[in-house]
Design a protein around this ligand. Sequence first.
Ligand code: TEU
Length: 563
Amino acid sequence: GGPAGWWRSAVVYQVYVRSFADSDGDGIGDLGGILSRLDHLEDLGVDVVWLGPFYPSPHDDNGYDISDYRGVDPVFGTLEQLDTLLAELHRRGIRLILDLVVNHTSDEHPWFRESSSGPQSAKRDWYWWRPSRPGCEPGTPGAEPNNWESFFSGPAWEFDRASGEYFLHLFSRRQPDLNWENPDVREAVYDIMNWWLDRGVDGFRMDVINFISKDPHLPDGVVRPGAEFGDGFPFFGYGPRIHRYVQEMHRRVFAHRPGAFLTVGEMPGVSPEQAARFTDPARGEFDMVFQFEHMGVDQSESSKWQPVPFEPPRLIQSLVRWQDALAETGWNSLYWNNHDQPRVVSRFGDPERYWYESATALAAVLHLQRGTPFVYQGEELGMTNMPFTSLDEVRDIESLNHARKQPEADALDRIRRVGRDNARTPMQWTDGPAAGFTTGIPWIGVNPNSSWLNARSQRRAKRSVYEFYRRLIQLRHTLPVVVDGAFVHLPVPESSVFAFVRRRDDEVLLVTANLSSEPVGIDLAQTHEDASPGRTWTVELGNYDDADPETLRAWEVVVTRAL
Ligand code: TEU
């Protein structure tokens, strides 16, 4: 909302509070820590901070299980500090959006406490309570109301012995799903949102918001060959009333509010057509969504734990598909990383041989697409996956639940590749103890490469991943073609090459990138002639010296502009 599409020229930085900076030595990142590191964000040049959950929580899922939507967990600080953070960010011209997790609450939220007090509770209907499957002994395996699987392994239902009923939890058993069919639930959520906006925050990133409308019949899902559970996604992934609820939210919260806001809906499994609908400004729903198609190119369709070899063409094809699908209507978010994904340089790059080159090439092809880029803390330093050596070092509930059913060595191998803790190791500020993250013992191990990979050394260097990210952010702020230019893919026969132009009237930007460690030559003569006949091209940015857009060394990216 607000001044039409202000966020088109913005870059968002995601802060994962627990792992960013610790101010009190308890080993857990906190608001005081963020306050002490605002210079980093200002120097990088970002426009918006997305702050991960800091609310009171039992931390079964690192704060994505909220027990009070209007507070700050004492482990992270105080509400006063949150107000200070907001004021300090605003003073630097940076907006703040919060993580709104309202598909589910914590099982310790007073709403759930009341709801689970018994079938007569006034809030019984605020969650999804159901009896066991007809003819089954309640509480026995297979007696769950349907065959859906939790995202964190096992059935999506937990049995409550006291009432003899089950409640639905798409995530951990300590994250019961709210029943959005109940209008009181929806009003309660809008109240929370209005309360924060009145306090001055600038919008929300909304956790799994495409899951809030469930088919009330909660039918069994199809069981794929070899699978233990059914696939419930068709009944909650894009439910019958999803657009109605999102539009209602927009009306009740944003429509009549003056100011500039940002709303991002996190939507696993969303299709390009659905995303265009959600982000069509005329419909009054979201400014942008997080889609996951490009995060699936190196995973099997049935499970993130089953790897598929990474092939650049699959990634390029997916990115181009989303650029094209949202070209006329809607707007893309652009991201490689967040707190749920392995580090991009380890995932798609070559961190051993071409760490700098692959981190920067991947950064450039993301930031120069059409859409709003998101930078996850540490990505601007080229932080890598963590070489976990034992399950004792792993903290994430998703990874630990997965490991329960596998031999330890296999589980560890998968976790090192795709586990969420790869993104959650402490931010690497210095080469000192605990990478300068804390004076105490960090809640999760620090990556040993902090000895050379850290913010202090990169802010001193002329050539660094950090400096490259700064340049990319500057380009968005200074070249209108990066913001508004049309995206045109330039297919070339060389399968590792991602080449595209951005075009806005006379302004043309050409991006060519080699997403592999083998040198490659391409022929763009025709393209140059088509893109802007008879004009001079100057190199705007590259990750090697003496750049030539047609001869690309390992992980080379060249950005040229027609003058
Ligand atoms: O994640 C949504 C989600 O679908 C995750 O299961 C995601 O697919 C998975 O983490 C990838 O491995 C959001 C939050 O970002 C995540 O941290 C939470 O755990 C989850 O919702 C529940 O709130």
